[in-house]
Ligand binder design. Sequence first.
Ligand SMILES: [Zn+2]
Length: 335
Amino acid sequence: MNFTLKAKFNLAITSHHKHTHQRPLKIIMKSKIIPSLLILLGAGLLISQNPKGENAPNGAEEKIAQAIPAAAHAKPAAPRKMLLFSATAGFRHQSIATGKIALAELGKKTGAYETVVSDDLANFDADKIKQFDVICFLSTTQDVFTPKDIKKLSPDEAKSAQEKSLTYRKNLMEFIESGKGFVGIHAATDTLYNWPEYGRMIGGYFDGHPWNAGTEVQIDVEKGQEKHPLAAMFDGQSMNFKEEIYQLKDPYSAKRQHLLLRLNVEKSAKVGGLKRKDGDYAVAWARHQGKGRVFYCSLGHNHEMYWNPKILSHYLAGIQWAIGDFKAEVTHTID
Ligand SMILES: [Zn+2]
């Protein structure tokens, strides 16, 4: 049993999201004053007040406010509530801070939904989860349902934590399959490798990002989907910008989801490390899971994604479709 757990843990580490960015300028600049602050406040207090120095860049709120669509894609049939969950057990994106603002404001300003921004696992308890219409995993990484310090816990506490983790998985899957919504943004596919049903539900697992954050890429609307409600905001136009783009591995299959956006390999900067023989680098899709609806978009590494008007409109369409308020035909040949 111990051996199995260890093997799984190692597997999770090897598939870790490998990022190479520098720490943000703000942190570097502050570093000169940090030693004196540490003496005054103690490291614990400083860290708890500002975990990982996570802040949206200056001006982000204004740019997001200007980019939010004027109206929701559909009038909500009832007041809707979204859990915005961005816990990380592996790499933590600086852009989570920006994504939190954008996704919460998107619901608030358009009236599409109210957002509960929380990484509290208690929200996945059976009596709590039912208050939500949709759960969004924003750049979550690795095993978010197991406490990071599990190795430091007593055997009894560790056993209890493991059991809880299994309960959260079960409750999340039952929530979706009962007819509710799940939305994954960016690293949500770099999450829960040790739970294959999660990979099938979201539609694939992260397999590196040959296109780094600073790579010029072209994102196309999937051919034939130009008028699809979840992609119509792009007017069939491609997007060109710098963004980190994922390569996906099993259980990813174009047959298991309704594709909406994909990377144009030819028109993007040439990169190494491409593993897919089929050249299929899907970026956004929708799929059914039981009676529920799942929307995923891998855009969301760079802060700028969260104030791109078309991408915000795309996220909103995906969220409202996942909730069940925005109608769109989503078909795939494998469940
Ligand atoms: Zn990333």
